[in-house]
Design a protein around this ligand. Sequence first.
Ligand code: PEP
Ligand code: MG
Length: 590
Amino acid sequence: MKNDEQKNGEHHAFGIGISPGVAIGPAFIIEQSGLPVPEYDIPSVGIEKELKRLHGAITKVQKHLSQLRQKAETLPAGAEDMTLLLDAYKGMLTGSRLVRGVEDIITKQRINAEAAIQKQIAALKASFAAMNDPYLAARAEDVGEVGTRLIRSLLQQNYNPFADAPEGCIILAEEITPADAALMTPGRVAGFATVLGGAEGHAAIMARALGVPAISGVGTLTHGISTGDLVIIDGRKGEIIARPDATTLQHYRQEVARKKQEDKRLKTLRDVAAITADGTPIMLQANMELPRDIDAALESGARGIGLLRTEFMFMNRPDLPDEDEQYDVLRKLITKLDGLPLTIRTLDIGGEKIASALGEAVGESANPALGLRAIRLGLKNPKLLDTQLAAILRASMHGPVRILVPMISSVAQMKQVRSHLLNVERRLHRRGIKVKGLPPVGAMIEIPSAALIADALSKVCDFFSIGSNDLTQYTLAIDRGDERVADLYDPFHPAVLRLIQFTAAAGWRANIPVSLCGEMAGDRRATLLLMGLGLREFSMSPPRLPGVKHEITQATLPQSVDFAEKVMGKTDEAEIHALLTNGLNKDRTK
Ligand code: PEP
Ligand code: MG
C-alpha cells in the first residue's frame, strides 16, 4: 500500500477501491464514544449470564483490536504510536481495574453489563482526575475509549452509527459491518472509507448495490482528517483526498459529471431486452439485501430477484422476526414484483453477518467462515429454518417464488431441507393453509465440494445458483473480507473458473437452470466468458445490470464459446485478466 502523501495542502491516503465512482463531501468520522447506554436490573440468577455477555464482548473487542494492530503494522513509519496505543487498549481488557470493577458492579449491584461499564469508567476517570497528572489524564481517555468499544459491542443491535451523519457526507470509520451498512440511508451517505474490510465483504457488496463509492484498508484513515473537512473518495483508485485544492476539485467534479452522463446513457437500456446479437435471451435479475431495494431493482430493468439475502431482515434488532412478519415482508415484495420471480435464499447468517438475536445459536468460532452458519445453522435449529420455510410457502401463494439454500456442501443436506419443506407443508395444511405445489428448491454452489458433486446435487435440486464470492473464498482459502489478502482474492483464478465450468456443465446435463449470483455476475469483463461456459442467468446488484446488458447485446454465442475456450486454455492469472480486459467494450457484432 502506498504511504500517505501531502501535496499543496492536500492530504492523500490510500487503500483498496471496493465500490467504484467518485464522492465529494464533508468528512464525518464515526467516533466510538457518545452512545446512549441503557441501565436495567438483572435477577441474581442472571448474573452468570451477564458476566458471560461481558466476556463475550471483551473477546470480540480484543479480536477487533488485534485486527487493527495487524493493520497498523503494515503501515508506513509513524504508525508505531498507533500500535502502542492498541496494545495498551488490549492490556486494559485482561485482569485490569476496568474489567475487575465491571465484574464487581454486575455481581454486587445486579445491573446490566453496559451500565456497569459506564459506571466503572466514570469511577476510574474521577480517580485519575483527582491525581492531577497529565499522563494519567491521557490514560483516563484511553479507559473511556476501551469502555465505549465494549459498550458498542454489547449494544450492537440497537446502535445506528449514522444517525447524526449529515446529508451528503463521507463516512470515515474503523469498520462498517454488514449490519451497519444496512442502516445507511441511500442518498444520505455520499461515500465511505474504512480501515478494515476487503472488496468482497458484505459491506462492500452493499456499497456497490447502493452505488456509494467506497474504499477500505486505509490504515491512516483519520490521521490528518477531521470531521467537516472536504474529502474526495476515488472508489476506483482506492484513494482518499482531504482538503483538495481547486484543480483537484475541478478534476473530480468533472469525473462525477461524466459518470452521471454514463449512468443516464445506460439507463436507456432499461427496457431493452437482454438478448445476444444472434438472438439468445439471457435472464438478468437483481440481488437484494433489504426490502427497500426493490424499487432500485425494478428500475434497473431486472426481470425478477435472483437472490434475496434474507439475513438482513434479522439484523439490527434484538429479536427474531416471527413467521407472520417474514410472510408479510415476502408477500409485499412478491406483490411489487407483479409476476416476476423472487428467489428467496434461506437465512445465511454467521461469518461476518451477525444478528444479535442469533448470537448464542451461532456461538464463537475460531474460523467463523467455516463454522456454524447458513444452512448448517438452520438444520441444527429446526425451528429457525421451519419458521422461515413456512413464511416462504405461505408467500409463494402470491406469485412465483424459488427457494435457494446457502452453503450446501452435500447431497444429504439438500435432502434434509426437502424433508423439512414437506413437514412444514403438512403442518401448514393442518393449520388450514393449503399450499398449491411446492416452489422449486435450489442450492447455492459456493463451496468447492458442492461444485465437485454438482452432478449428484443436480438430482436433488431444481436449480443451481453459483455464489462466486464464497466459491472464490473457499477455493483459494482467502478471507473475502480481509483487506490484507485482498490482492490474492481473484474470482478469475483458473481453479474458480473450472469449478464454475464444471457446475454449468452439470446443470446442462441435468437440464436444470444455473444462475450466477456472486459479484462476478455484475462484472462486465466476465459476461462473455460466463455465457461461453453455458450460463444463461445472472443476478447482480442493480446499478451493474445495464452495463452487463450492454455486453450481452454486443455478443454472439459462437463468440462467447470461442472466448471461453481461449480463457479456459490459460493457467496464468495475469494472462486471463489481460484477455478479459481486452475483450471488453468492443463492438463484437462487427
Ligand atoms: C456468494 O457467496 O457469491 C453469494 C452470492 O452469497 P453472499 O455474497 O451473500 O455470501
Ligand atoms: Mg455466499
